[in-house]
Design a protein around this ligand. Structure first.
Ligand code: F6R
Length: 256
């Protein structure tokens, strides 16, 4: 894992933006895995401002609420089109987001996995992290080998996400999410985390034991995972000084 600690969320986002821009230049038909929520909003704004060429880029989103139609204002379809896709030249047929209205959920999930494989796998997956350590919507105790499937949200996640809805009861109880096994197959994972409320989950993921109780800790087994943190999210890390030193002293060829 590479732990990059920056003074604020924008500085951390700028590094993630540069990495993605570089990938799209080197590989114009790259396959990106995308996340929703508050964390990647700055990233999407920065990518839009760069006016990159997205015509050949393919994207797969991590998750979607079950029961919400694509045009529901709180659906992740709506989120992605509002906050990224409608501002860039991506082709709608190259955008994949789990279908919250899928009639046959297991069949849809198996097909989603097949579509990721057919696209050649995910080159770079953007991740946020829940205050309970979830990645995608893989809540604590999710199998570390899980694939795309239905999951039940914890009460804590529903409360965390209630800010987007009129009240906590309106937050759907079920979702379709890529599994931890699916995320582990992405060639690169970029996990962004900002704010004190993420500090405990981040510390567990980086310095704790690998455990399904903190699903992000599975990334310790991933070959190329980079965490971009602000100071507050890094607040629980015991080895923060070491990570800062490593980043400040990277050989030139490794710098982004
Ligand atoms: C969203 C997702 C979730 C979020 C996480 C953090 O597609 O997969 O894992 O990344 O819940 O959400 P925010 O960024 O709103 O704190």
């Amino acid at each position: 894992m590479e732990i990059i600690i920056q003074p604020n969320p924008q500085a951390a986002t700028d590094i993630a933006t540069r990495l993605i821009a570089r990938l799209l230049k080197e590989k114009p038909d790259a396959v990106l895995g995308l996340a929703t929520g508050s964390t990647p909003l700055r990233l999407y704004r920065s990518l839009i401002a760069m006016q990159l060429d997205w015509r050949r880029v393919r994207t797969f989103n991590l998750d979607e609420y079950l029961g919400l139609a694509p045009d529901h204002p709180q659906s992740y379809h709506h989120f992605m089109w509002e906050n990224l896709f409608r501002h860039i030249n991506i082709l709608p047929e190259n955008v994949q987001i789990p279908d919250g209205l899928a009639a046959d959920v297991p069949g849809f999930c198996a097909d989603y996995e097949a579509r990721i494989r057919a696209a050649g796998g995910i080159d770079l997956q953007v991740l946020g992290i829940g205050s309970d350590g979830h990645i995608g919507f893989n809540e604590p105790t999710s199998s570390l080998a899980s694939r795309t499937r239905i999951k039940t949200l914890t009460q804590r996640t529903r409360e965390d996400n209630a800010r987007f809805f009129a009240c906590a009861e309106e937050v759907p109880t079920h979702v379709i999410t890529m599994g931890i096994g699916t995320i582990m197959e992405a060639r690169t994972n970029l996990l962004l985390a900002f704010g004190e409320h993420k500090a405990q989950a981040v510390a567990g993921a980086v310095e704790g034991a690998v455990s399904a109780m903190n699903p992000a800790s599975a990334l310790q087994f991933h070959r190329d995972t980079r965490l971009m943190l602000d100071e507050a999210a890094a607040g629980g890390l015991q080895r923060a000084e070491y990570y800062r030193w490593v980043y400040a002293n990277k050989p030139k060829w490794q710098q982004v």
